[in-house]
Design a protein around this ligand. Structure first.
Ligand code: UFG
Length: 318
């Protein structure tokens, strides 16, 4: 297929673009490089530097069979302080993209949604039918796009898939997590192991979890990417489907730090810090639906594998 990958110079977008190329697809990456890196665009992909407002020009000059849409702002804390950035970029940007796709007749889209659409879960593991009550503008903006896709599919026949990611980790080859301001647990713990930070602040140790620290569902970016290819193949005209994308298993902050110590062989000093605003105690996906519909299983479910791939990337490329 001829495919457009928005945000394909970012962490997840670049890994998915790589998988698409390896599967024999033709790939164009559209990315404004606001958080992505030009050298993360995989070899073999055409690169267009621009924002989602440039989507019309891009899809107007080539016939695309589908779009994988990653371009977005994705930092929860920033979304609380500057919600307008999230409404403009994530919602306004996607609206511009959808207008362009409709005009050009592009038939299918796979969207990078998030577990943050659910907010504080009432039940764990979280299924796709759980209530969606986002606790921050980031999650709200992604949920809004999910709703936009449902109506776009119903009214105009788009085949759309929303994949709600839990905590993405790991790296593939030279494609990994490279953020100017890092907020995520594993990259920060690895920076401590590499001696680039003194210690890791553990945000809250009094949660109702086995060791008191937050539990999250970590999924290897390679497994995540494979699910995108399956979703793309399954997208059917006029249909919008939602899938959770996680391992279905949870690891606490303490367990992750322990895995980082084991894998790197380095000390990772920690300090106790207050809870971070908006952090739910436990977020674990039910991955039953995606396993059943796409015959998808994570091939790297062990936290040690994710940490070890991210560590190799940290040492070689950061
Ligand atoms: N944490 C620390 N210290 C740190 C960084 C993180 O203790 O220095 C803790 C957090 O409090 C949290 C856990 O480690 O309990 C994981 O935090 P991350 O920031 O790595 O990931 P989140 O679970 O907060 O966020 C992820 C995605 C978001 C998405 C969210 C869904 O990165 O995009 O899941 O709730 F919105």
């Amino acid at each position: 297929m001829r495919l457009l990958v928005t945000g394909g110079a970012g962490y997840i977008g670049s890994v998915v673009a790589l998988h698409l190329l390896r599967a024999g697809h033709e790939v164009t990456v559209l990315d404004d490089l606001s958080t992505g890196h030009a050298d993360a665009v995989p070899d073999g992909a055409e690169f267009v530097e621009g924002g989602l407002d440039a989507a019309g020009a891009v899809v107007g000059r080539t016939t695309f069979d589908g779009v994988l849409h990653f371009a977005a702002k994705s930092v929860v804390g920033e979304s609380v302080e500057h919600p307008e950035r999230y409404w403009h970029n994530n919602v306004g940007g996607t609206m511009a993209l959808l207008d362009a796709l409709r005009t050009a007749g592009v038939p299918r889209l796979v969207f990078s949604s998030t577990a943050a659409t659910y907010g504080q879960p009432e039940e764990v593991p979280i299924t796709e039918t759980a209530a969606t009550r986002p606790t921050n503008p980031y999650g709200a903006s992604k949920l809004t796009v999910d709703l936009m896709l449902a109506s776009e599919a119903a009214a105009h026949g788009l085949g759309a898939m929303s994949l709600r990611y839990f905590n993405v980790a790991g790296a593939v080859d030279r494609y990994g997590e490279r953020h100017a301001t890092e907020t995520h647990l594993i990259p920060i713990a690895l920076q401590v192991a590499a001696g680039r930070r003194d210690s890791l602040a553990v945000y809250g140790e009094d949660y109702p979890t086995p060791d008191g620290t937050c539990v999250r569902d970590y999924i290897h970016v390679d497994d995540l990417a494979r699910a995108h290819l399956a979703a793309l193949d399954a997208a059917a005209p006029g249909e919008h489907r939602v899938y959770n994308l996680g391992n279905g298993a949870g690891f606490s902050v303490r367990q992750v730090v322990e895995a980082v110590r084991e894998v790197t062989g380095q000390p990772v000093p920690t300090s106790s810090a207050p809870r971070r605003a908006g952090d739910p105690a436990t977020l674990v996906a039910s991955s039953a639906k995606i396993r059943e519909d796409f015959d998808w299983v994570p091939v790297h479910p062990a936290i040690e594998d994710m940490v070890s791939d991210a560590w190799r990337f940290t040492q070689e490329y950061l």
